[in-house]
Design a protein around this ligand. Structure first.
Ligand SMILES: [Zn+2]
Ligand SMILES: [Zn+2]
Length: 69
C-alpha cells in the first residue's frame, strides 16, 4: 500500500534529521513530530500539528485563539 510506504519513508527521514521536524502543539505545548502525526489544522496560512485528536478539536473550535501563539 502506497500510504504505508510513505509513512515508513517519513519515519526513516525523521530519524535521520533528529529534532529538525518537531513542531509545537499550540494547545498543550507538547512537541509533535510533523511527519508522524496526521492531526493538522491550518489557520492564517500556517499549519499546526497536534499530539492528539482532542487537542485538534480544541484548536478547531477556537482556532483564532490558538493559531497566533
Ligand atoms: Zn496536545
Ligand atoms: Zn486568526
Amino acid at each position: 500500500m502506497v500510504i504505508n510506504r510513505r509513512t515508513f519513508f517519513y519515519e526513516i527521514y525523521a530519524e535521520t534529521l533528529g529534532g529538525e521536524l518537531m513542531q509545537k502543539d499550540p494547545v498543550c505545548g507538547m512537541m509533535v513530530d510533523e511527519k508522524k502525526t496526521k492531526l493538522t489544522s491550518k489557520h492564517d496560512d500556517k499549519t499546526f500539528y497536534f499530539c492528539s485528536a482532542s487537542c485538534k478539536t480544541t484548536f478547531d473550535k477556537d482556532s483564532h485563539r490558538y493559531g497566533h501563539a
